[in-house]
Each structure stands twice: as structure tokens, then as C-alpha cells.
Design a binder for this molecule. Structure first.
Ligand SMILES: NC(=O)c1ccc[n+]([C@@H]2O[C@H](COP(=O)([O-])OP(=O)(O)OC[C@H]3O[C@@H](n4cnc5c(N)ncnc54)[C@H](O)[C@@H]3O)[C@@H](O)[C@H]2O)c1
Length: 267
């Protein structure tokens, strides 16, 4: 049991990378509280994992784009468990690809609220309950926050900001022995990725593009994402302010990058 009895909070834990974290941390002995907007998906995962180890997980409905709901969730966790050892800020969304002409200013504001302001708020409310136990925070950023991506100006900006915020918070919280790191996935196969495949004009080609963006010729799994987070939380105790790539080597070497003559996103 690598993380026994540690109180771990995962946002967006009902599916995708968040689900991978919930499963891996629960298997490691943690008590995992996770949130999502969809109650039936959250309850289904809660029931499945509690059947394996009673009391190992607790689902709380919370929309992280609403600050008051984040505060209520953190308060509920502290009222029941008294502390937070690990906070994984995972909930986020990648909108369909668009040029800057096609995004509205309000689109950008809404994505900032969901992907970035929610993380600031969760850290702010959780930290008073993490400092006494020298807990750690893991923010889900993205490789594209560093290397960028075509037709994704709004998303890339939110993820770059998450990485920078992580480093700034790591500096301040070192005084309290709270570590703050981020994980930057490249391509991890999740329902979000499947939605992109389904929306594309050639789903087989899109899946192949996703797999072959990595040196390893495949996308990562949600379990691999959970395992990296568990390593950071439980064993990487001399690690703070670090952007941990989970990328299968996607950022290495030249690729076919010129977009000259292209009209805009095809999906
Ligand atoms: N999958 C990838 O390849 C990839 C790559 C880089 C970064 N990421 C990041 O990883 C995180 C998870 O992505 P994913 O692919 O697993 O996505 P996903 O859509 O498959 O799952 C997202 C999870 O977040 C929850 N969620 C979404 N909006 C929410 C809200 N307003 N309030 C509460 N919960 C909400 C969903 O219920 C779900 O549990 C995101 O922050 C994403 O930007 C993913």
C-alpha cells in the first residue's frame, strides 16, 4: 500500500485521466474523494470501487466552473476527514479546434474559468488543510501548454498558465513543506480524445494521427497517468515546481509542421 489512508481529492474523476487517478490511488490504499458534474457516472465508479474496498472512494457532485461549489466540496471533505494529503486538479476541457477569428472573447473567458480559475480556487480553499500535513498538489496541465498546438489558442493559453501558476505556488508553499507539481500529458486515450475522433471527418485517420504523434506509436493510458501522479504524491518527495511530461516522446524531433496554404481547422 503506497499511499495508505491518505486523503486524496481528484477533480473530474468520473472518467478519463481523473478516473485513472481515482483507480490507482484507491488501489494504493488512499481514501479518494472525487468530483464531476455527471452524478450517474460518478456514482457508478464509487459503487464499483467501494465493492472492492469499502469506504475507499466518495463521489461528490461539483461543477468546478462554479467557485462556490469548489469551496463547498473542499469544506465537505475537511468536515468528514479533517485534512487533505493530496489534491489533483484534473477537471478541464479542450474545445474543438478554431482559428482566433472563430473563437469569441467570451469563449476564452469561459475556458479560463473552467481550466484555470477553478485550479486557483481549489488550491486556495484546500491549502489551509494541506499545510498541517505537508500535503502535495498535482495540477493537470498539458504538453501543448509548452509546445503549443494549431487552432487551440484558448486551450493552450489556459494550460501554459497552469504550468506557470504551479511553479509560482511551489515557491510560496515550500515554506510550508507543501509540494506543488503539474503533469503535462501529450496524448492519453480518454473519452475527450474519443469525442475528437468521433467529430473528425476521418475517424480512423484521426486515431492513427493520435497514436503516431508519439515516438512510442501509441497514446498513453489513464492508468499510466494515475501511476505518474501516485509516484509524484508518494515517492517523489524532493520534487516541487516541476512540469512532469507524460508524452511518450511526442515533443522530440522535427515533424511536418508548416501550415502554409491551410485554410483553418478541418474539424
Ligand atoms: N487526454 C489527453 O490526451 C490530455 C492531454 C493533455 C491534457 N489533458 C488534460 O487532462 C485533463 C483530463 O482530460 P481527459 O482527456 O481525461 O478528459 P475527459 O473529458 O475524458 O474527462 C474529463 C473529466 O473532467 C470532468 N469535468 C469536466 N468539466 C467539469 C466541470 N466543469 N466540473 C467538474 N468536472 C468536470 C468530467 O466529468 C470528466 O470526469 C484535462 O484537464 C485535460 O485538459 C488531457
Amino acid at each position: 500500500m503506497r499511499y495508505e489512508n491518505k486523503i486524496t481529492v481528484v477533480t473530474g474523476g468520473s472518467k478519463g485521466i481523473g478516473e485513472g487517478c481515482v483507480r490507482v490511488f484507491a488501489d494504493a490504499g488512499a481514501t479518494v474523494i472525487f468530483c464531476a458534474r455527471n452524478v450517474s457516472e460518478g456514482k457508478a465508479l464509487e459503487t464499483e470501487l467501494n465493492a472492492k474496498r469499502p469506504g475507499s472512494v466518495l463521489f461528490i457532485k461539483c461543477d468546478v466552473s462554479k467557485t462556490a461549489e469548489i469551496e463547498q466540496m473542499i469544506n465537505a471533505v475537511v468536515a468528514k476527514f479533517g485534512r487533505i494529503d493530496c489534491l489533483i486538479n484534473n477537471a478541464g476541457w479542450h474545445p474543438p479546434t478554431r482559428t482566433i477569428d472563430q473563437f469569441s472573447v467570451q469563449d476564452f473567458r469561459d475556458l479560463l474559468e473552467l481550466n484555470l480559475v477553478s485550479i486557483f480556487a481549489a488550491c486556495k480553499y484546500a491549502l489551509p488543510h494541506m499545510r498541517p500535513v505537508q500535503g502535495n498538489i498535482i495540477n493537470m496541465s498539458s504538453l501543448v501548454g509548452t509546445i503549443a498546438q494549431p487552432y487551440a489558442t484558448t486551450y493552450v493559453a489556459t494550460k501554459g498558465a497552469i504550468t506557470s501558476f504551479t511553479k509560482a505556488l511551489a515557491i510560496d508553499e515550500a515554506a510550508h513543506d507543501v509540494r506543488v507539481n503539474c503533469v503535462s500529458p501529450g496524448n492519453v486515450f480518454t473519452p475527450l480524445w474519443q469525442a475528437g475522433i468521433d467529430a473528425s471527418p476521418d475517424p480512423v485517420l484521426t486515431r492513427s494521427y493520435g497514436d503516431n504523434a508519439q515516438l512510442m506509436g501509441r497514446m498513453g493510458t489513464i492508468e499510466e497517468a494515475g501511476k505518474l501522479c501516485l509516484f509524484i504524491a508518494s515517492e517523489a518527495t524532493f520534487t516541487t515546481g516541476v512540469d512532469h511530461y507524460l508524452s511518450g516522446g511526442a515533443e522530440l524531433a522535427y515533424g511536418h509542421k508548416s501550415r502554409k496554404g491551410e485554410a483553418g481547422p478541418s474539424w
